[in-house]
Design a protein around this ligand. Structure first.
Ligand SMILES: Nc1ncnc2c1ncn2[C@@H]1O[C@H](COP(=O)(O)OP(=O)(O)OP(=O)(O)O)[C@@H](O)[C@H]1O
Ligand SMILES: [Mg+2]
Length: 575
């Protein structure tokens, strides 16, 4: 059966056939598919609407509609509107039923993110494609803005969505004919449409096209001279060059006729402006009623931490020795003079802090695990002939976070510092690196210093990945510990809602310059003599002298998975 669809009129002089109806052979179209291209506003959607309206009574139709433009077909032609905000399984099931019951439909993708649009269209098209053989009736599948679903290059969506959608479009255009599917696709930019999808159409309607690259692609597809394709530039809205077995054997200029249903989106129309209100400035600049920024506070996620066995063994051993030492101390020094005991304890703590700071004079130490650093610390304590027991590993981890963060006396003297420490304590003791990031940022905020850059934060977090740093900051935000924002120049500011303080703006891409330990008490006098060099000099050397093997590997160093070379304790500057 031959069905001729009236698409409009042949344009041009009457003597050359102008004014004659421009027809489209529907049966031929089902076998040979159609590609429509034209810049925005050239009239593609209007053309598709004309085609759908004129053929509605002859063939089942399905429109893949990214803008929700075609839902108006429902009223006049009875198309079922399928809202795409469903699961992939649901969409596939609906598609199968659409084929079975031969109902025309519009898949409305309006309001979905690009990624979700692609997945939904893929699920639906695949459902149509995989219908049982008994239901392979002819179905016109019209895809507007086809470059969204079959992009030529990498799209700004997930690879998975792109792959699914491209596969579904390829099936439609390359393998759909036997299953009764006839693809009609429209695109603004031929160069943005995957070549294999475009190449399967044998009929073309080319509208106004400005870009040379699109014109060249159009000329190639139509088998025209590129010079000839220049004519696409001058086409007015609603005019298309038609070519193909279902349209015309020679390029024919046609003017698309009127439509019966309305598009939901039209072209912008000029409207006279209203009288400028007297109080325009007030209307625009009056601040919105103050809304207290809600601070999201979630209970800390219970992350099961796999602890290395050697860590636990070392901790048990340390507990033993400190218990024994405590017993010894208690016997030697009954709590007769508590103030002396307290002063001694204070002194010991100061000594521990100093020894820990000394460890981080060497930049390589930032990439060592807590367990390795604990060994280093024990050695230093022995050299210093520290009396009494050493801190056990959990306590050591606590102290370590402060030392990693490079917390100095100035921050410690701030009235808000104890509160900042309490917030840091809410992080698990196992998360030494995360704590140190938190403390370093809190210190910057307390001192009004710029927010640390990604590289410095990555060093503190014992990683080389900025991505991991960003996830950590996000994690802090989710726990309501801080709010991270950027100013218009892209500088980062971290606010601590509980402390009501924030860092100065800092560039995320800033170089990581480790400040020398404020009091180079970091080095014991004996060691200073031996080394004959200041901490500053050492630090520079240590930082720069990292060999490739010693540098942290890109990726996840925070998982206690340092390469062998970095894990074997770096040569200690003090020994
Ligand atoms: N042949 C025509 N006759 C009358 N009006 C038309 C014709 N073609 C297009 N228009 C009108 O021009 C405007 C733009 O057309 P349309 O929406 O079809 O463009 P488009 O190529 O689909 O653009 P976009 O790529 O931005 O979606 C619409 O308001 C439409 O009604
Ligand atoms: Mg359109």
């Amino acid at each position: 059966m031959q069905v001729s669809i009236a698409m409009g009129d042949v344009a041009g002089k009457a003597a050359l056939g102008g004014g004659a109806p421009a027809c489209l052979d529907l049966e031929e179209l089902l076998a040979t598919r159609l590609l429509v291209q034209g810049n925005s506003g050239s009239g593609k959607s209007h053309l598709l609407r004309r085609l759908l309206e004129q053929s509605a009574q002859w063939v089942q139709q399905c429109v893949i509609d990214p803008e929700g433009d075609f839902v108006t077909l429902a009223d006049k032609f009875g198309h079922v509107v399928v809202e795409a905000a469903r699961t992939a399984e649901e969409l596939a099931r609906i598609a199968a039923r659409i084929r079975r019951h031969r109902v025309s439909c519009v898949l409305n993708l309006e309001g979905l993110e690009a990624d979700a649009q692609m997945r939904a269209a893929a699920a639906f098209l695949t459902g149509l494609f995989e219908a049982e053989r008994d239901y392979w009736y002819p179905l016109l599948v019209v895809v507007d803005e086809a470059q969204l679903f079959a992009p030529a290059g990498a799209a700004e969506v997930s690879e998975e969505a792109r792959r699914q959608s491209l596969a579904a479009m390829t099936n439609l255009m390359c393998r759909g004919r036997k299953r009764g599917l006839a693809g009609v696709i429209a695109t603004q930019r031929l160069a943005k449409l995957a070549k294999n999808v475009a190449a399967e159409a044998s009929n073309f309607l080319m509208g106004r096209t400005f870009l040379d690259i699109d014109m060249a692609r159009a000329a190639d597809l139509l088998g025209m001279e590129r010079r000839q394709a220049e004519m696409f530039r001058d086409l007015s809205r609603g005019r298309f060059i038609a070519l193909g077995p279902a349209l015309s054997r020679r390029p024919l200029s046609i003017k698309i006729g009127a439509v019966e249903t309305l598009a939901r989106s039209g072209s912008p129309k000029l409207l006279p402006l209203p009288q400028a209100p007297q109080d325009a400035e007030q209307l625009i600049f009056t601040p919105a009623p103050a809304v207290a920024a809600p601070v999201m506070r979630r209970p800390p996620a219970a992350v099961p931490v796999m602890r290395p066995t050697e860590d636990i063994l070392r901790e048990v051993a340390a507990l033993d020795s400190s218990a024994a030492a405590a017993e010894e101390g208690a016997a030697a020094e009954p709590a007769l003079f508590p103030e002396i005991a307290a002063a001694a304890e204070e002194e010991r703590r100061a000594l521990f802090a100093r020894l820990l700071r000394a460890i981080f004079v060497d930049k390589r130490a930032f990439y060592q695990t807590a367990a390795v650093l604990y060994q280093d610390f024990q050695v230093r304590c022995r050299i210093e002939r520290v009396q009494g027991g050493l801190p056990a590993l959990p306590e050591f981890r606590r102290l370590l976070a402060f030392a990693r963060a490079g917390v100095g006396a100035e921050a410690e003297a701030q009235p808000l510092w104890p509160q900042a420490c309490r917030l840091a304590e809410s992080l698990s003791n196992e998360e030494v690196e995360a704590r140190s990031v938190f403390l370093a940022l809190a210190q910057a905020a307390l001192l009004g210093a710029p927010c640390l850059g990604d590289k410095a934060l990555a060093r503190l977090y014992r990683t080389s990945s900025s991505r991991r740093v960003h996830s950590l900051l996000k994690h802090f935000e989710e726990r309501g510990l801080m709010v991270v924002r950027a100013d218009f120049s892209g500088k980062r500011i971290v606010t601590f809602p509980d402390l009501q303080i924030e860092t100065a703006p800092g560039r995320p891409e800033a170089e990581d310059r480790i400040e020398p330990a404020a009091d180079s008490t970091a080095l014991t006098p004996a060691a200073q003599e031996e080394n004959g060099a200041g901490a500053e000099e050492q630090q520079g050397e240590a930082g720069e002298s990292l060999t490739e093997a010693e540098k942290p590997e890109a990726g996840d160093l925070a998982q206690e998975s340092l390469p062998e070379a970095a894990n074997t304790a770096a040569p200690l500057p003090l020994l």
